[in-house]
Design a protein around this ligand. Structure first.
Ligand SMILES: Cc1cc2nc3c(=O)[nH]c(=O)nc-3n(C[C@H](O)[C@H](O)[C@H](O)COP(=O)(O)OP(=O)(O)OC[C@H]3O[C@@H](n4cnc5c(N)ncnc54)[C@H](O)[C@@H]3O)c2cc1C
Length: 402
């Protein structure tokens, strides 16, 4: 380590250049701020992830991102422990499939083009803040900035150092990339597979990529003691994987948004902003508790953070409260609804599966959420009208279907 002390004061330092950090860096750079971003890895790098992006992301990314989309998804094949397949389709795209090395590198290049200075392969090892700014220590030097963005993922150092009061529940997930060469995709190049019964408090998935199938299981609401066994059982029970060699899966936590975490915190208003520091993406636990979807929310929260910083960075005293407000308007209400849906489906997965088979039009209307045409709140209200029953009645009906 060279003990290099930089005299320059950046407007913003970003720790972590995944989708959250890169999305923030691109907007801040375009806004004319001096931005310095660090990533401990060198991009392009492999990232353990299903790489499923809900189609609504297209509203917030430059259309060029399509150049790294491997497949466009129009249907979901739901199964219960490998059995009883139901294909529910949409004429419009539901999701885009990406490999994270290519997708993240693409976003990073956009940040560089916007003028951000990026230091790949330089790990941040400590962060401090005082009334004048923030200080970031890496394995190569020390840097100062007016604002710090923690975009350093599920094991965020920034969150541990500057948000010690935060509740940090993270569910486990496992993922393997199964090479298919020129073989055919399963269940199809424009169809993903979701196994509702594969995991406790989560699901199993097969996502099609150009040269492989991304196969994984995740449990978002509880700690798992035997996720490897769950993964092996999913692979064994899934007919589409019969005869395939499935490489050993890799694990990574999924920090799904947790309402109870907020309640346990002493200060429910400071989950994402602490003085001059903000948390975005996985570092802020901004992951949907229903599907474990985090890439879209990483991009969105990175952009919302940038929008809150831009008009305030030169103010004295500086307030970044606008970021917290934006999250509480745009993202947290979604999570409150999807957490309720997740509670029902994951507590009674077999019954949940029977309900989704019976009410396929309701599933289709959830696609409108993933396409950005409606909100989870609106979906739930419409679904209740459509079903004309209360959640309690629904559970009773589900019990009858058992
Ligand atoms: C198995 C699995 C499957 C998933 N599948 C999906 C899916 O299909 N769709 C979806 O939307 N989401 C999925 N997710 C969630 C998704 O991967 C995350 O929500 C998303 O990556 C969050 O982006 P981010 O930018 O916040 O963090 P990350 O993508 O984790 O990026 C953080 C970056 O910070 C860097 N970093 C960390 N610490 C430091 C440090 N000290 N100094 C410098 N750099 C640092 C890391 O190298 C990394 O590049 C999945 C997660 C898992 C584990």
């Amino acid at each position: 380590m060279t003990d290099r002390q930089e005299n320059r004061i950046y407007d913003v330092v970003i720790v972590g250049m995944g989708p959250a950090g890169a999305a923030a860096a691109a907007l801040l750079g375009r806004g004319g701020l001096a931005v310095l971003g660090f990533d401990k890895d060198r991009h392009p790098r492999y990232k353990v992830c299903g790489g499923g992006l809900s189609a609504r992301v297209a509203r917030f990314l430059d259309p060029e991102f399509q150049s790294v989309v491997e497949h466009t998804v129009h249907g979901v094949q739901f199964v219960y422990r490998g059995q009883h397949p139901i294909l529910i389709e949409s004429p419009q795209p539901i999701a885009y499939m990406v490999m994270r090395d290519r997708f993240d590198h693409h976003l990073l290049q956009q940040a560089v083009r916007a003028g951000a200075e990026i230091r790949n392969g330089e790990a941040v090892i400590d962060v401090h803040q005082d009334s004048d700014g923030v200080e970031v220590t890496t394995d190569r030097g020390r840097y100062r900035a007016k604002v710090l963005i923690g975009a350093d993922g599920a094991n965020s150092l920034v969150a541990r150092r500057l948000f010690p009061q935060r509740f940090m529940h993270r569910g486990p997930a496992l993922e393997s990339e199964v090479p298919i060469g020129n073989g055919s995709h399963y269940p199809g190049p424009s169809t993903i597979l979701v196994d509702v019964g594969a995991a406790r408090q989560g699901y199993g998935w097969i996502f099609p990529k150009q040269h492989c199938l991304s196969v994984g299981v995740g449990e978002f609401r509880h700690k798992s003691t035997s996720l490897r066994k769950t993964f092996d059982r999913f692979v064994r029970e899934e007919p589409g994987l019969t005869g395939q060699t499935v490489p050993r899966p890799m694990g990574h936590p999924i920090p799904a948004f947790s309402e109870s975490g907020e309640e346990e915190s002493e200060n429910t208003r400071s989950q994402f902003v602490s003085g001059r520091a903000l948390l975005v993406g996985d570092a802020g636990h901004l992951v949907d508790p229903l599907f474990g979807e985090g890439i879209y929310y990483a991009v969105r929260s990175g952009q919302l953070a940038a929008q809150a910083i831009l008009p305030n960075v030169h103010e004295s005293p500086m307030s970044l409260a606008a970021y917290e407000t934006a999250l509480n308007q745009d993202i947290v209400p979604d999570f409150r609804i999807t957490a309720r849906i997740a509670r029902v489906i994951y507590t009674f997965p077999r019954l949940g599966f029977k309900l989704l088979r019976r009410y396929q039009d309701v599933v289709q209307s959830y696609y409108a959420v993933l396409q950005g045409h409606t909100s989870p709140e609106r979906f739930l209200a419409d679904a209740k009208n459509r079903l004309r029953v209360s959640v309690n009645d629904l559970l009773l009906e589900a019990l009858r279907l058992r």
